[in-house]
Design a binder for this molecule. Structure first.
Ligand code: HXC
Length: 519
């Protein structure tokens, strides 16, 4: 072959590789409202930044006459590029080639980018759209999955790992995304389950649709498997880009500073009147969050799951910060099993990646009852306590209103190594609420009073006495458990000043193989 022809041959091979499983299958992909793997990567990365690996890899399987059907790239596009100028490694399964099913060689390609990401200390993003293990390959495909899983595990806490589900993700294949830090699903076309509707029907008799079994809605609101539910792929890609902007490249770096121009000392007057006089009335904690963070910008995670607690990223004076906040607007902000697990996972992510934590507290306690006890609220609550207590990143806590009982301790109190613990004057820090406390303390005296009016007066007086003593932040402040009582409208300034002072914080946990968080 002449040299010029060799060059032309390369160009032709590249053109062929870019067609994946062919034009017909690309058209079929588009007809389902889906982008191709290559289009997705180009949408995700900065324009012109994509560098591809392994375009000429093909499978090595001869079962079922598969040697007659080979596609350049073998069902996954891999490589690196930049998002806002920062390098990331990426892979996207190509559904047009054997339904994006995982072969031995596809696994090798994915493992290669994961190894590169680890070596370079960069995030890795996987775009999933696959029929699972390539059936013709048998056990080599299963081994390939396990190679990926092992790398997911080793990369955990070292580089951020993000999974987008833009199509099927079923069987054991679900476990790679599940091992990563964040999962994002599209409302149309994406689903995740360990066993599909047909197997469910044959084993349990249950008739259920793909959507109801493992669609984006189910995993965003019921199982909590998915952190983001997005309308379409375009929104999904934008969300991933935004998410990455809050994250460092790896566990030895810090997230990039992005100065939005919001003044540090901006007062948010509305916060002075946001707390209702009636302690049983709710308000929206998201208004508190958006009032204090830079440019009112907050990226909420797990938005539709365990809505009694809010978690997500924002910036203070340009510094990426994780926020955990009880939401009085939903179940009064109580801590239950799901809220505890959701928040614990988020706290651990922030701690692993050097992201400071702000905790906003308004919690009436743990949700009582047999269903919570049977579901293991003891262990799940302990997870959140463990996560806060183990975290060594800067931790600032602001108690907004209620902070009762065990939930007070859990929500990043002073003794769980909260660095700066502030309270609003509306804070109530006590063992329990006034009515419940008087019931316990004065039960016998109350039942001894026969006259209803006299009884009501007795109870009211006792409740008032209790509130006077405990329904405020000053008892905690008198012990130094609260560092200062702050004016609500000045919260942004005080929080930023606290994080500034904590910039040089250095705390190291005792040397150990690993902790034994109550799983
Ligand atoms: C090989 C596969 C495949 C697979 C799909 N294809 N899945 N090839 N192995 N697992 C091929 C099809 O033959 C077809 O080829 C093309 O991909 C598109 O598939 P369609 O069925 O036409 O597409 P669609 O109607 O959209 O249905 C998609 C699907 C379905 C729901 C994913 O293909 C499906 O049910 N596939 C099998 C899923 C499955 O059971 N996988 C194994 C799970 S167990 P042509 O040539 O027509 O384009 C598993 C274990 C992992 O994954 C364990 C890890 C530890």
């Amino acid at each position: 072959m002449e040299n010029q022809q060799k060059v032309q041959n390369l160009i032709d091979l590249r053109t062929q590789a870019k067609l994946g499983g062919g034009e017909k299958r690309i058209a079929s992909q588009h007809s389902k409202g889906k982008f191709t793997a290559r289009e997705r990567i180009h949408m995700l990365l900065d324009e012109g930044s994509f560098e591809e690996f392994d375009m000429f890899v093909t499978h090595r399987c001869n079962n079922f006459s598969l040697e007659k059907e080979k596609y350049l790239g073998d069902g996954v596009i891999t490589g690196h590029g930049t998002v806002d100028g920062r390098t990331i490694f990426v892979y996207a399964q190509d559904f047009t080639v054997f339904g994006g099913s995982l072969s031995e060689t596809m696994a090798l390609k994915i493992c290669k980018v994961m190894d590169m990401a680890m070596k370079m200390g960069c995030p890795v993003i996987g775009i999933n759209d696959s029929g699972g293990a390539r059936i013709q390959e048998g056990v080599t495909s299963l081994a390939g999955y396990a190679e990926i899983f092992q790398r997911n595990i080793m990369a955990s806490g070292v580089i951020p790992q993000i999974s987008a589900i833009f199509g099927p993700c079923a069987g054991g294949a679900v476990y790679s995304p599940a091992l990563t830090d964040f999962i994002l699903m599209t409302e149309q076309n994406s689903y995740m389950f360990v066993t599909g509707p047909k197997v469910v029907k044959s084993v349990t008799g249950e008739d259920i649709s793909t959507e109801d079994l493992g669609g984006a809605d189910v995993h965003a609101s019921k199982s909590g498997v998915s952190h983001f539910r997005v309308e379409d792929e375009q929104t999904g890609i934008e969300t991933i880009r935004e998410l990455i902007s809050y994250l460092p490249q790896n566990n030895l770096e810090e997230a990039p500073i992005e100065d939005g121009g919001d003044p540090i000392s901006r007062l948010e007057d509305a916060l002075n009147t946001i707390i209702p006089d009636n302690p049983n009335m709710p308000y929206d904690m998201k208004s508190v969050i958006s009032g204090i963070v830079d440019c009112n910008k907050f990226l909420e995670i797990h938005k539709d799951y365990a809505r009694n607690i809010i978690v997500g990223f924002a910036r203070f004076n340009g510094v990426s910060t994780g926020i955990i906040a009880n939401q009085p607007n939903f179940l009064a902000g109580v801590l239950d099993c799901n809220a505890s697990r959701k928040a614990a996972r988020f706290v651990r992510f922030c701690d692993a990646f050097n992201i400071p934590i702000l905790t906003l507290v308004d919690v009436p306690g743990f949700l009582p009852g047999s269903s919570q006890e049977y579901a293991g609220i003891i262990i799940h609550g302990a997870k959140l306590m463990f996560a806060f207590g183990e975290a060594t990143v800067p931790k600032v806590t602001v108690t907004i209103r209620k902070s009762y009982g065990g939930a007070h301790d859990v929500m990043s109190c002073k003794q769980l190594r909260g660095d700066f613990n502030y309270a609003w004057p509306t804070a109530e820090i006590a063992v329990m609420g006034a009515a419940g406390a008087i019931e316990v303390l004065e039960g016998r005296a109350i039942s001894a009073i026969k006259d209803p009016e006299e009884k009501a007066k007795f109870v009211n007086d006792k409740v008032a006495e209790y509130k006077d003593k405990f329904a405020n932040p000053y008892q905690a402040a008198s012990y130094g458990y609260i560092d200062d009582v702050i004016e609500p409208r000045n919260t942004r300034f005080r929080v930023i000043r606290a994080f500034q002072a904590l910039q040089t914080k250095k705390v190291v946990n005792p040397l150990k193989k690993h902790s034994n968080i109550p799983l």
